[in-house]
Each structure stands twice: as structure tokens, then as C-alpha cells.
Write a protein that binds this ligand. Structure first.
Ligand SMILES: [Zn+2]
Length: 170
């Protein structure tokens, strides 16, 4: 199931995004670069996963270097989702949006739910997940399927499990 946040996107930036959603693992670094967003893997306080802020004329995402790579990828997708959806919120504070490990930022929860839904679409594009699931696993979700899909998309098993549970509802 593709999120309503994704469906709201349009214009040149959506075209750029769609280009990257056609192939896994989604190349988040290149996607960000093409959007003009820098990514810095940084030492951040424990409990902070990521941040997106305006620096000069551009946007910068910082991701906590102490977290696991799969986790960093979801965080980058989450911050990119803020970039797509919540630019005015980012711009309204010199620190932008800073997310803790639960992806809470002090902004209204709605903002975080929106960012999480779009982040899932970015890092685990449903049409692609569905295609691999059908073509290689006959549409059958098992523990091994989840593990294999998580490895292919470079996300945590927990994230892929949640993704596939929304697939079952779709
Ligand atoms: Zn957030």
C-alpha cells in the first residue's frame, strides 16, 4: 500500500524520487544529492537518530554514526520525507527538525507519522517489494522471506515485517 503522503507529491522532485524507487536497494545518497540535500554521518548525542536543517541555501541531513547502517538508512529516508512534506516546519527553526530514536521531534505527532509513512515508501517501495515477493517467493511471507527482503532492501527485519503486514491489508 502506497501512502497518501506519496500520492500528494508532484513535480520535478517526484520525478527524481520515482527514478530512484525503480531499483533496490534504493540509492538514498544519490537521491539526496540529486535533490540538492547533503547527508552527513555525524557524531550525535545518544538518543538522537537524525536531523534535517537548512544551512545556507541548502538542506543538510545529519544521521547518527553510532547507529546501525539499516537504521541510518531509514533515518535518511525519514529526514528526506520531512524535506518533501514539511519544508516550512524545517525552515521555521534554526535547528530544523531533530528526531530522537522514536522519530519524535517535538513537532506534532502527525508530522512524524507522515514522515514515517513516506520513509517506508522511499526505502521499501511497495511495487518493488511486491514484485520480488511474487516473482521470487510466490507471494508467500515466511521468516526467511522477510530476512531475504530485508537484506535486499538494506532495512531492518523489523521494518520489512511491518511493511509486509501493511501489504497483507492492502
Ligand atoms: Zn521526524
Amino acid at each position: 500500500m502506497t501512502s497518501r503522503e506519496y500520492k500528494k507529491l508532484d513535480g520535478a522532485e517526484k520525478d527524481i524520487l520515482d527514478h530512484y524507487l525503480a531499483e533496490y536497494p534504493v540509492k538514498l545518497g544519490q537521491l539526496a544529492k540529486e535533490l540538492g540535500v547533503s547527508i552527513k554521518v555525524s557524531s550525535m548525542n545518544t538518543g538522537v537518530s537524525g536531523q534535517i536543517m537548512r544551512e545556507g541555501g541548502n538542506y543538510t541531513i545529519r544521521v547518527n554514526r553510532h547507529e546501525a547502517r539499516e537504521r541510518q538508512r531509514f533515518t535518511i529516508a525519514h529526514e528526506l520525507a520531512h524535506y518533501f512534506l514539511h519544508r516550512s516546519v524545517i525552515d521555521s527553526s534554526p535547528d530544523g527538525i531533530r528526531d530522537n530514536v522514536l522519530y519524535r521531534s517535538g513537532e506534532p505527532e502527525r508530522i512524524e507519522f507522515e514522515a514515517n509513512r513516506l520513509a517506508a515508501d522511499i526505502v521499501m517501495p511497495m511495487p518493488l517489494v511486491e514484485k520480488v515477493l511474487q516473482e521470487e517467493f510466490g507471494g508467500v511471507v515466511t521468516e526467511a522471506t522477510i530476512e531475504s527482503l530485508a537484506a535486499r532492501f538494506q532495512v531492518s527485519k523489523a521494518a520489512m515485517e511491518i511493511r509486509l503486514s501493511t501489504f497483507a491489508e492492502a
